[in-house]
Design a protein around this ligand. Sequence first.
Ligand code: XBP
Ligand code: MG
Length: 250
Amino acid sequence: MSLKALIFDVDGTLADTERDGHRPAFNLAFAEQGLDWHWDEALYGELLAVTGGKERIKYYVESFLPPQRPQHVQTLAADLHRIKTRHYTELVAKGALPLRPGVRRLLEEARAAGLRLAIATTTNPDNVTALLRHSLGEGTESWFEVIAAGDIVPAKKPAPDIYLWALKQLKLDAASCIAFEDSANGIKASLGAGIPTIVTVNGYTDQDAFDGALAVLSDLGEPDVPAQLLQGSLNGKTHVDVDLLKRWSN
Ligand code: XBP
Ligand code: MG
């Protein structure tokens, strides 16, 4: 089936946002609320097993702290997440989180080739808006026909819901799309929706299993800065471009 659309994950895929973006934003929220919680890089790597900021806070409270009343945890997680999102969007607005290699180039090539673009992410929509505005550029939200984000679906990744919702909005079959992900939770979601998937790993996910991926790479690569191929084949190319995507899709 001919390629019609590219669907991008956000965190870890468009930009390497977790270690130096979301993690410090969580810690700033805890400090602002007078909590002595601190998520260092190692602990955050464990907590990333759970997608969704509110869900991650609940997981931390239930798995790493003495027992608390469930209702209190629900309210606490929601309050902390609102504060954390403010800190995160402020960090992004300072330009702290640049796009990963090849992302801008591939987005621009895809638009020039008439491919439709969409986003399917667990993160909060405000975070997507901030990242697109400050890392891709003012007005670039309009490049994406569909921005499927956060609580818009009942079940977050690794459930396929967010990708199924995006396909429904696009009115496209999974086979006419390619998804871009960075984590085991992410590829489980995209493959769960039947969407062929390319993975670009990062420091938190390079040990994850990516069975079924079209290819697993260090990043999307640039013509003068080759991507490192970790799994699959780039058909002799050094970076991911629209021509390669179309070949993978046919
Ligand atoms: C990654 C996530 C998100 C972020 C934090 O999303 O799981 O929860 O870690 O963002 P994806 P929020 O890889 O699907 O982009 O605090 O807004 O959830
Ligand atoms: Mg991700």
